[in-house]
Design a protein around this ligand. Sequence first.
Ligand SMILES: NC(=O)C1=CN([C@@H]2O[C@H](COP(=O)(O)OP(=O)(O)OC[C@H]3O[C@@H](n4cnc5c(N)ncnc54)[C@H](OP(=O)(O)O)[C@@H]3O)[C@@H](O)[C@H]2O)C=CC1
Ligand SMILES: N[C@@H](C=O)C(=O)O
Length: 264
Amino acid sequence: MNSSRKIAVVTGASSGIGAVYADRLARRGYDLLLVARRGDRLQTLATRLEQAYDIKAETLVADLAQEAGLTQLESVLASNPAIRVLVNNAGIARLSPVADAPPQDSLSQIALNITTLTRLTHAVLPAFKARNDGVIINIASALALHALPVSAVYSGTKAFVLNFSRGLQQELANTGVRVQVVLPAATATDLWDISGVPLAALAPDTVMSAEHLVDAALAGFDQGESVTLPSMADTGLWARYDTARAELFTTMQTGQPAPRLLAL
Ligand SMILES: NC(=O)C1=CN([C@@H]2O[C@H](COP(=O)(O)OP(=O)(O)OC[C@H]3O[C@@H](n4cnc5c(N)ncnc54)[C@H](OP(=O)(O)O)[C@@H]3O)[C@@H](O)[C@H]2O)C=CC1
Ligand SMILES: N[C@@H](C=O)C(=O)O
């Protein structure tokens, strides 16, 4: 993924994983469009990266959970032919039982983690396909594969990101457009404290740094992985999981109720 003056767009670049993606893509020679709500942080990062890597970094201050901000970024993505990479990273977690949370907590996760990611993908795909070139990196989560009593909605949104990405990978298989989906496990970012579960409550040895996470995810990209679990050492585990998943799907195509479920 080296480039000469192509633009990478990183959503949620004002902190955490997105800020590290911005750094690493700048290091690879990309110009950047950094997007988030906190413009001061975006600008500080943009200035640092321009100086460090001799690239151009622009910022777009936008609330991607609101129509105005999302539409603004969609039109940039659809109209700037230099954009070759989209990192769909912006996301939030609100970790609590559904019964204890206001509906807005669920809706805000669905809006940013699902709707925004989907709309931004729609916005870049026509140009990527027409050029037969482009990269979309979607940040899901280990919780795409797992649900906790406090993560029903968050896990649901990340399961969407995983399945959306895997469907897209098949749709784009015969094109030059690559989609990578990344499933980080716990990573040391601000997300936790904002989510309602403090980072300090996690066992430190279960938490990866954002730098290690992004470097591992990009190493997975470079090695051709389409689904990257950055903290998973045994790739055979994923292979077995995915084989079992595919077998399950195939064996469900019987057109008949399973024998145990036949009415007595
Ligand atoms: N940390 C972890 O353990 C894990 C994180 N992830 C995923 O990684 C991604 C990045 O999160 P992470 O770096 O951890 O968390 P951070 O809270 O550090 O970063 C979230 C980013 O999203 C931006 N953002 C939040 N809301 C909006 C909005 N409405 N409009 C635009 N931008 C917004 C924030 O910027 P601003 O507030 O300035 O708008 C910030 O830049 C998320 O998708 C998350 O689900 C996945 C697995 C594990
Ligand atoms: N963001 C973390 C939990 O809420 C995760 O995705 O693991």
